[in-house]
Design a protein around this ligand. Structure first.
Ligand SMILES: Cc1cc2nc3c(=O)[nH]c(=O)nc-3n(C[C@H](O)[C@H](O)[C@H](O)COP(=O)(O)OP(=O)(O)OC[C@H]3O[C@@H](n4cnc5c(N)ncnc54)[C@H](O)[C@@H]3O)c2cc1C
Length: 262
């Protein structure tokens, strides 16, 4: 990666102006950006904007776009609300050095198929807030993207969701072959599946099948897990075939649902 011009704006307004009007490229942790050989005419470093935070805000939790994976893993408010969920979701990503660099904003903005974090955020019913204050459903954004240049400012999480993450990898630090998170929101179930190898999607038929019962039977859980494998599309890549992914998904979903149900 080569950056011809580098800017380090002092406000989100300025950063957004550079991105929108001068075709600047937002720089989060740059861990992914630096893996490609593109030349950026203008790199807009988001490091000076105060977007590194995890904070309680009434009935939800706000996570700033520049918050790193390591901060997610070690955050007390997240642990208090979600137990080991974030540790389980991002703790496999390479090593602590990289997790100290990688950002939530770069992950959501990139809508990567392999993403572990985006799967969990979709299942939790997160919202993505784009400067200057437009909040959208994060799962919807992962599916459809945004029209035109954008600056992701923060993520909003509902504070009282219970969720569990499951994944399959060839080795601990490899990209996932498949990942899934199941969540009980207090009024219904949400199930997201990522690394299909395409990006995370909600399993709407499986979610409907579980209905609003916080304690579904083992039979209902198995039926929902199978429904999810039927309703989603899977692809093949160097890590696994579509058939393999379809075969293992019900097992991962069953484990996650059972963990949340208790
Ligand atoms: C070697 C390696 C291994 C990895 N392994 C895994 C893995 O196993 N599982 C996994 O889930 N992920 C993995 N990742 C991906 C990682 O988790 C991040 O998703 C990725 O690095 C992007 O985060 P970043 O902070 O580096 O973003 P950057 O590289 O800075 O940016 C990525 C993209 O997002 C844009 N962007 C950044 N921030 C914003 C913002 N606030 N608003 C708008 N646009 C923005 C940038 O312009 C760019 O297009 C890996 C990454 C690397 C480098």
């Amino acid at each position: 990666m080569e950056i011809l011009e580098y800017a380090r704006p002092r406000s989100t307004d300025e950063a957004f102006r550079l991105i929108r009007e001068q075709h600047g490229t937002a720089i989060g942790g740059a861990a992914w950006l630096r893996t490609n050989t593109k030349t950026l005419a203008l790199g807009v470093d988001l490091a000076g904007l105060g977007l590194e935070y995890v904070r309680e805000a009434g009935d939800h939790i706000e996570i700033g776009a520049m918050t790193t994976y390591r901060e997610l893993e070690t955050s007390r408010p997240l642990k208090a609300r979600f137990g080991a969920l974030f540790e389980a979701t991002v703790g496999h990503v390479v090593g602590i050095q990289l997790r100290n660099i990688i950002t939530v904003g770069g992950t959501v903005a990139g809508r990567y198929g392999f993403s572990d974090l985006n799967t969990t955020l979709c299942a939790l019913g997160a919202r993505a807030v784009f400067h200057p204050g437009r909040a959208v459903d994060l799962a919807d954004f992962i599916e459809k993207g945004a029209e035109g240049p954008f600056l992701l400012e923060k993520i909003l999480l509902p504070a009282s969701v219970r969720a569990a993450y499951q994944q399959m990898r060839i080795s601990r630090n490899d990209f996932p072959i498949l990942n899934t998170t199941s969540a009980w929101t207090g009024s219904g179930w949400r199930i997201a599946v990522g690394a299909r190898p395409a990006a995370a999607r909600l399993c709407r038929e499986a979610m409907a099948l579980l209905g609003n019962d916080p304690h579904p039977s083992d039979e209902k859980i198995v039926a929902a897990a199978r429904a999810a494998a039927r309703e989603l599309q899977f692809g093949s890549d160097i890590r696994a075939s579509a058939e393999y992914r379809r075969d293992i998904l019900p097992v991962l979903i069953r484990r996650a649902l059972t963990e949340v149900r208790g």
